[in-house]
Design a protein around this ligand. Structure first.
Ligand SMILES: Cc1cc2nc3c(=O)[nH]c(=O)nc-3n(C[C@H](O)[C@H](O)[C@H](O)COP(=O)(O)O)c2cc1C
Length: 295
């Protein structure tokens, strides 16, 4: 198996981290990824310290290999971070400015710390905050998207600027893409959607609301992006409004756009009504027409 600075640091066999994915990437999927040699990751955002411990016990019954627990900054609870750091190999953070105090707390518990970043500036801040490795998230990523650049562009900027291992995240779903980001300087890849599409024993996964989305991805098609509201709901207590990404906000229809669309829809409804009424033949007419066509 390919060795990289990431595999050496974390103690896994494959240069792959599974993304934390709210409640859709359940503990069973995380354990399965770890058991197969990658770094399985389970999101524990919004859980109490006791619930984090219970989650760890559940993963531990399925694998003895290293795994990560993922926190979302808007709902981070330092006591839960302490509980996670005592029990897992990597404490992983996302969706907020790198915070040296959180990194210190996780290190004090004995875990490595990773931070998923969406810009060069954020990556440099994460390294300065003491993170052991970073994730450069490109705009191709599924779920919560902080990246504003294509993954290769951001990755090449980040690997030039920091010394810690960097994983690439966003649209990586096969060995060629993994090899591509490693050739561009990554120490591996963080992969989410492809694992959801892979099928697993996870009950959360079988209830996945994004089946069509995953199907499109696994068939190499451009996915329709999951609605931010739906992603918000997946993260349990993570409020939907917080999950609205900048890219989603920039697509918010303006009042003028709404007004134009409303008048277009009204026109098209009117004309299809007219078409229907102009072609609504009587029964006798239809019978006579069919009769003619049969002759
Ligand atoms: C359905 C879904 C839910 C996600 N939820 C989270 C999350 O709770 N925490 C997190 O750090 N990242 C989350 N992400 C983003 C991932 O960390 C990562 O950036 C993404 O999966 C990489 O892109 P890919 O899905 O194309 O592989 C989510 C991604 C998906 C697809």
């Amino acid at each position: 198996m390919l060795r990289t600075t990431f595999t050496e640091l974390v103690g896994v066999e494959a240069p792959i981290q599974m993304s934390g994915m709210g409640s859709v990437g359940g503990p069973e999927l995380a354990a399965a990824v770890s058991q197969a040699g990658g770094l399985g990751t389970n999101t524990v955002a919004g859980l109490t310290p006791n619930e984090v411990e219970a989650r760890v016990d559940l993963i531990r019954t399925q694998t003895k290999k290293p795994f990560a627990l993922n926190f979302l900054i808007p709902v981070v609870d330092t006591e839960a971070v302490k509980a996670a750091a005592r029990a897992c190999r990597v404490v992983d953070f996302f969706w907020g400015r790198p915070d040296a105090e959180l990194v210190r707390i996780a290190h004090a518990g004995g875990a490595l710390v990773s931070w998923q970043t969406g810009s060069l500036e954020e990556a440099v801040a994460a390294e300065a905050a003491g993170c052991d490795f970073l994730i450069a998230q490109g705009i191709e990523a599924g779920g919560h998207i902080r990246g504003q650049l294509g993954v290769l562009q951001l990755l090449t900027e980040v690997v030039e600027a920091v010394k810690v291992p960097v994983l690439a995240a966003g649209g990586i779903g096969n060995a060629r893409a993994l090899a591509g980001v490693i050739a561009a300087g990554a120490a591996g890849a963080r992969i989410g959607t492809r694992f959801l599409a892979a099928g697993s024993t996870s009950t959360a996964h079988s209830a996945l609301p994004h089946t069509a989305y995953c199907d499109r991805r696994s068939r190499g098609l451009r996915p329709c992006r999951p609605r931010p509201q739906a992603i918000g709901r997946e993260c349990g207590q993570f409020p939907a409004s917080r999950a609205r990404r900048p890219i989603a906000a920039s697509w918010e229809p303006s009042p003028r756009w709404r007004a134009t669309r409303a008048s277009q829809w009204a026109t098209s409804r009117r004309s299809s009504r007219q078409r229907r009424s102009s072609t609504s033949w009587s029964r006798a007419q239809r019978l006579s027409c069919w009769g003619r066509s049969l002759r």
